[in-house]
Design a protein around this ligand. Structure first.
Ligand SMILES: Nc1ncnc2c1ncn2[C@@H]1O[C@H](COP(=O)(O)OP(=O)(O)OP(=O)(O)O)[C@@H](O)[C@H]1O
Ligand SMILES: [Mg+2]
Length: 150
């Protein structure tokens, strides 16, 4: 696990932007952390880094937003889903086959996505500071995650 301190929303966004440089088609990034921890801010940074130039907002009510950057970016929030069966029905991993899938509250569906994914947990340290914990799962172990600590 790699931990990065982010002392402002912009710093969290910048870490997401740097992560985007490592992402490839088919990648899955699960975002964890309590309400208001910065999952959407982080996702917006990833989308920015992937060339999405429209605003990235919380998909809490519609569950899924699709953006087009250099790759398709599928941004989901599963907070309101009743069960992992509902998540399975959305077939998001296959929908995002040629792009990147970002899932807020993704820890709840970790066992429903392929084993090769990145878990990103946003830990609230103070009102303005977050600790971003990156845990590689499966083949993510071989990705150069240390590149994004800079
Ligand atoms: N270091 C920081 N990184 C990210 N967000 C921060 C930070 N410091 C303060 N914030 C604030 O915390 C809030 C994070 O909101 P955001 O919508 O990204 O959280 P979330 O985890 O997606 O919430 P939800 O669980 O409702 O989806 C924003 O208001 C942001 O300005
Ligand atoms: Mg959110």
């Amino acid at each position: 696990m790699i931990a990065i301190a982010a002392e402002s929303p912009e710093a969290t966004r910048a870490v997401g932007r740097r992560l985007a440089g490592l992402l490839r088609p088919g990648d899955i990034v699960l975002l964890a952390g309590r309400l208001g921890s910065g999952k959407t801010v982080f996702a917006a940074g990833v989308a920015d880094g992937l060339g999405v130039d429209e605003p990235v907002t919380s998909p809490t009510f519609v569950l899924v937003h699709e953006h087009q950057g250099f790759l398709p970016v599928i941004h989901a929030d599963v907070y309101r889903l009743g069960s992992s069966a509902e998540f399975d029905d959305l077939e998001l991993p296959s929908a995002a086959d040629d792009g990147v899938l970002l899932v807020e509250w993704g820890n709840a569906v970790a066992s429903s996505v392929p084993p090769d994914h990145l878990m990103v947990e946003l830990v609230v340290v103070s009102e303005t500071e977050r600790r971003i914990e990156l845990t590689p799962m499966g083949t993510w172990d071989t990705r150069p995650l240390e590149e994004i600590t800079a």
